[in-house]
Design a protein around this ligand. Structure first.
Ligand SMILES: C[S@@+](CC[C@H](N)C(=O)[O-])C[C@H]1O[C@@H](n2cnc3c(N)ncnc32)[C@H](O)[C@@H]1O
Length: 193
């Protein structure tokens, strides 16, 4: 039986993602419009701590550092972290499975910004994931999620689109929810506790 990112169990994320990174897979780049939304919604970092979950090759983590955050990027795939360390000096990059590794390994302080770009769709246990994020977020912090969503004009949903129920779960229970539609199938959610 083939195991897809959609059906794998929590705890085996690296077995799915590591081969893709070894094959040289790349993902949607951060363009000028997304960089502008990041800057406007997150603001200046002032050396405060930020966490990028599923950082991949580290592009977003590098952006956070340029905004002035003290950024940590975590990814379950060692090859992604190796590429991130090579291409983006500045952030603290770590091999870390966000589903299963102890959050205490990320350090004692809460994060004023937590980002999660092109990852949420693939999270196996989303309620548990969201609980972990909330526990790591500082009071008044921001959870920033970028994801592909279904664009009916493009036909049936793509495997990498977050479903309507996933989005409902993601956006429930925050004091403010702001949605930036960068195109018909790509959204950035800015969530505040
Ligand atoms: C589609 S890639 C996106 C990478 C990056 N965020 C970007 O925007 O280019 C998804 C990333 O999430 C990572 N990932 C998936 N599940 C994870 C988990 N449980 N813990 C840590 N990283 C995870 C994968 O290894 C992969 O690098």
């Amino acid at each position: 039986m083939s195991v897809t990112g959609a059906t794998r169990r929590a705890g085996d994320a690296a077995s799915y993602w590591e081969p893709l990174w070894r094959q040289g897979r790349s993902y949607r780049a951060i363009d000028a419009a997304e960089a502008k939304v990041l800057r406007e919604q997150l603001g200046e970092g002032g050396s405060r701590p930020a966490l990028d979950i599923g950082c991949g090759a580290g592009h977003l983590t590098g952006h956070l550092v340029r905004l002035g955050y003290r950024a940590t990027g975590v990814d379950c795939a060692p090859s992604a972290i190796a590429a991130a360390r090579r291409d983006h000096p500045g952030p603290d990059f770590r091999v870390f499975d966000f589903d299963t590794d102890p959050p205490a390994l990320l350090g004692p302080s809460a994060f004023v910004v937590i980002t999660c770009r092109l990852v949420y769709r693939w999270v196996a246990d989303k309620p548990a994931f969201l609980s972990r994020v909330r526990a790591l977020l500082a009071p008044g912090g921001v959870f920033w999620v970028a994801t592909s969503v279904h664009d009916p004009a493009q036909g049936p949903p793509k495997p990498w689109d977050a479903g309507a129920a996933d989005i409902e779960l993601l956006t429930a229970g925050w004091s403010t929810v702001r949605v930036n539609a960068l195109d018909a199938a790509y959204r950035c959610y800015v969530l505040r506790p």
